[in-house]
Design a protein around this ligand. Structure first.
Ligand code: SDX
Length: 427
């Protein structure tokens, strides 16, 4: 008999199997618990719940470790490319040179959007938030690809995954162009995945676009840092949507909607807006006190994490990349100094130390994205663009699991018990 976990309740003892992963906490398998005990577990926010088995990404929050298929994020950010990391997440192993070039070729052949889909943008106001546009346009993809929505067919799943990864840069760039009233640019597949995106975003038909190698490299690294992150809120949303058999385009649109929240992917936009509100380092103590005040809803955006109780390894890479982009573009930003000072003060404040609140991936990203030329409203769009490969990889992993079933949590009901209807003239 393997490891067991005992539960004593209402005078009875119950044993539940303890399952081990390749690394990380063991899990108590409670799939039969309700049947055996008549009780549910209760875990709002899923702080102690493993929702699935996965081989994609491992996070050790105490040590600040993030692995994609076993490879540390720092090594991937330093040595790999977003296309190579995408292949790794989807297929489980790093590609050889031929596999990588074939993958890049395949993705490049799906970068264009259906011309009708480009009309879709015209229904939005020009000042619509680009994330609202992304939710609508990505969801609308399911109206265009009837040839690949049979999720039980691995080939359909593969081409849908490739289409989503390939089209997100085109959709994101078009959302930006629409907002600023410039014409859409078509993809140029002679460029890299990330170079193509930068040209579609910042290029104009009136003149050639010159890619800045350091900007292309930094953007590609930022995509790597955002590719996947275990069972975060938006990934869990994609999995839950996918568990009903919904098509992948609708599932990714659901993930985009969830990511938009300021507690999640929307934090990069909120973090830069917070730094702008703080302004200069002398104002930091006031905001630190506000962040600590239980009666004040203000939080330090870009700080804290459900899993990391140590420095988010992605924030480390992000901070280094700020310096590289500033050096390359010969720019600076006083908000970077404010951010560095804010981090220094917070990490020496007992409140943040006790609650293990460290900078997360969203704290520095906005500073780089601003320096590259993105408005704050585009920051979460870029997060969604990169996270699409993680979402589709997690979705594929779930759908191809023979034991997969629809996700259907239960509840602790605290509403009125049964009572009879009272006609209105007797109330
Ligand atoms: C992302 O899950 C992922 O992996 C997400 C992500 C990914 O790649 O997918 O990593 C991306 O979403 C990063 C997180 C971005 N969000 C922010 O930066 C928003 C600011 N952070 C907080 O909202 C918060 O830290 C969360 C939402 C990120 C985590 O919240 P938890 O785990 O539910 O923790 P909590 O809210 O219960 O906070 C614990 C305590 C609380 O105080 P007490 O009730 O114990 O007294 O810490 C406090 C909180 O008030 N706290 C903060 C704080 N974050 C938590 N206080 C001040 N400033 C903060 N930023």
């Amino acid at each position: 008999m393997g490891n067991q976990a005992k539960l004593s309740a209402s005078g009875n003892d119950y044993d539940f199997p303890v399952l081990k992963g390749s690394v990380g906490p063991d899990v108590v398998d409670i799939r039969k618990m309700y049947g055996q005990t008549g009780m549910f577990t209760f875990d709002p926010g899923f702080t102690s719940t493993a929702s699935c088995e996965s081989a994609l990404t491992y996070i050790d929050g105490d040590e600040g470790v993030l692995l994609h298929r076993g490879y540390p994020i720092g090594q991937l950010a330093e040595n790999s490319s977003f296309m190579e990391v995408s292949y790794l997440l989807l297929n489980g192993e790093l590609p050889d040179a031929d596999e990588l070039s074939n993958f890049e070729f395949t993705i490049s052949r799906h970068t264009m959007l259906h011309e009708q889909l480009l009309q879709f943008y015209r229904g939005f106001r020009r000042d619509a938030h680009p994330m609202a546009v992304m939710c609508g346009v990505v969801g609308a993809l399911s109206a265009f690809y009837h040839d690949s929505t049979d999720i039980s067919d691995p080939q359909h799943r593969k081409i849908s995954s490739h289409r989503l990864i390939a089209k997100m840069p085109t959709i994101a760039a078009a959302a930006y162009k629409y907002a600023i009233g410039q014409p859409f640019l078509y993809p140029d597949n002679s460029l890299s995945y990330t170079g193509n995106f930068l040209r579609m975003t910042f290029g104009v038909p009136a003149e050639p676009y010159e890619l800045h190698p350091a900007v292309e490299k930094a953007m590609d690294r930022i995509f790597i840092l955002h590719a996947d992150h275990e069972q975060n809120a938006s990934t869990s949303t994609v999995r839950l949507a996918g568990s009903s058999g919904a098509n992948p385009f609708a599932c990714i649109a659901a993930g985009i909607a969830c990511l938009w929240g300021p507690a999640h992917g929307g934090a990069n936009e909120a973090a830069l807006n917070m730094l702008k509100e703080i302004g200069t380092p002398d104002k930091i103590p006031h905001y630190i006190e506000r962040a600590k005040d239980k009666n004040d809803p203000f939080r330090l955006m870009g700080f804290g994490h459900r899993v990391y109780k140590n420095y988010d390894p992605r924030a480390t890479v992000m901070q280094t990349t700020v310096r590289e982009v500033f050096d390359a573009l010969k720019v600076t930003d006083p908000l970077f100094e404010t951010a560095l000072r804010l981090e220094e003060i917070a990490l020496n404040d007992p409140y943040f130390v006790e609650k293990k609140l460290f900078p997360n991936v969203d704290f520095y990203s906005g500073i780089i994205l601003s320096a590259i030329g993105f408005p704050t409203t585009m920051f979460t769009v870029l997060f969604a663009l990169a996270r699409t490969v993680g979402w589709v990889a997690q979705w594929n992993e779930m759908i191809s699991d023979p034991g997969q079933k629809i996700g259907r949590p239960r509840q602790l009901y605290t509403g009125p018990t049964q009572r009879d209807y009272i006609p209105v003239d007797q109330r």
